[in-house]
Design a binder for this molecule. Structure first.
Ligand code: FES
Length: 114
């Protein structure tokens, strides 16, 4: 990722492994997750309906949508439990100087293989 492609999303201290944070990339809501020492960014809106994944329940590297309890891999964005069938879009994330950044363009998702 070059410097010009990075968007600041939130402070590292805002995110914990249990509590993702809602942020924005170019007007699109995203969810920022911490899994171990790494940070991951997915679209905030569930691909199945109106659930917001930043409000979801995090279990390891999966997030459970609060609306119908479908699940996604936080790392790949792929659905891991019904009723979700379409992958989330994901962005490359980078933690530096106390802040989490993401690339401006999605890495994957929208039904593509991650
Ligand atoms: S809206 Fe997320 S599982 Fe239905």
């Amino acid at each position: 990722m070059s410097e010009q492609q990075l968007v600041p999303l939130c402070l590292i201290s805002d995110v914990t492994e249990d509590l993702p944070v809602k942020a924005e990339i170019k007007g699109e809501e995203v969810a920022v997750f911490q899994v171990g020492e790494h940070y991951y960014v997915t679209q905030n809106l569930c691909t199945h309906g109106p659930g917001e994944l930043a409000e979801g329940f995090v279990d390891g590297d999966e997030v459970e949508c609060p609306f119908h309890q479908g699940k996604f891999s936080i790392i790949t964005g792929k659905p891991t439990a019904a009723p979700c069938t379409v992958a989330l879009r994901t962005w490359d994330a980078l933690a530096r100087d106390g802040q989490v950044y993401a690339s401006t363009t999605p890495r994957s998702g929208g039904g593509e293989a991650a």
